[in-house]
Design a protein around this ligand. Structure first.
Ligand SMILES: [Cu+2]
Length: 172
């Protein structure tokens, strides 16, 4: 029983360690955030801007949410993406796509002229313009500076001598 507990704790620690090594847990991204998946406002490059601000990683999930008459399908190439080629297979609202390779993913809506009007998005792993890591936080103020080695040493010395005194008292 105790061994099993130890094993479970060990597994848990391993999982945590792997998660830490991978940098972070997988993220969910809702395409367009609050805008959702729709025809972006005229003249905007809404989904390009949205995607450029994200740093997609393998294991992340892309979620397409919408109301009204839309769909989403993945096309195989940038050429098909640019031409808004109907991929044949499309999905309904709420579809979740897990990123499982570093290949660029191309998604369009095939309803009417929605794709031509900008309802399309590319997902590039490790994208993009905004991919630089945030600056490191400033070093914390040094509260330890007032604790000189000497004070620390005498502090621990005091504790140890107190413990020694107590153990002498115990044994007497
Ligand atoms: Cu649409």
């Amino acid at each position: 029983m105790a061994n099993q507990m130890g094993l479970h704790v060990g597994c848990l620690l391993l999982v945590v360690a792997v998660a830490l090594l991978k940098g972070a847990a997988a993220d969910n991204y809702t395409v367009g955030d609050d805008l959702g998946w729709t025809i972006p406002p005229a003249g905007s490059i809404a989904y390009k801007t949205w995607a450029n601000k994200k740093s997609f990683q393998i294991g992340d999930t892309i979620v397409f949410n919408w109301t009204g008459n839309h769909n989403v399908g993945g096309v195989a190439s940038k050429e098909e993406y640019d031409k808004c080629t109907d991929p044949g297979i499309v999905f309904g609202p709420g579809v979740r796509i897990e990123i499982n390779s570093t290949d660029t993913l191309y998604f369009i809506c095939t309803v009417g002229d929605h794709c031509e009007r900008g309802q399309k998005v590319t997902i590039t792993v490790g994208s993009a313009a905004n991919n630089s890591s945030p600056p490191p936080p400033p070093p914390p103020p040094s509260y330890a500076s007032s604790l000189t080695p000497t004070t620390l040493g005498s502090f621990f010395g005091l504790i140890i001598s107190t413990l020694v005194a107590i153990s002498f008292l115990d044994h007497s």
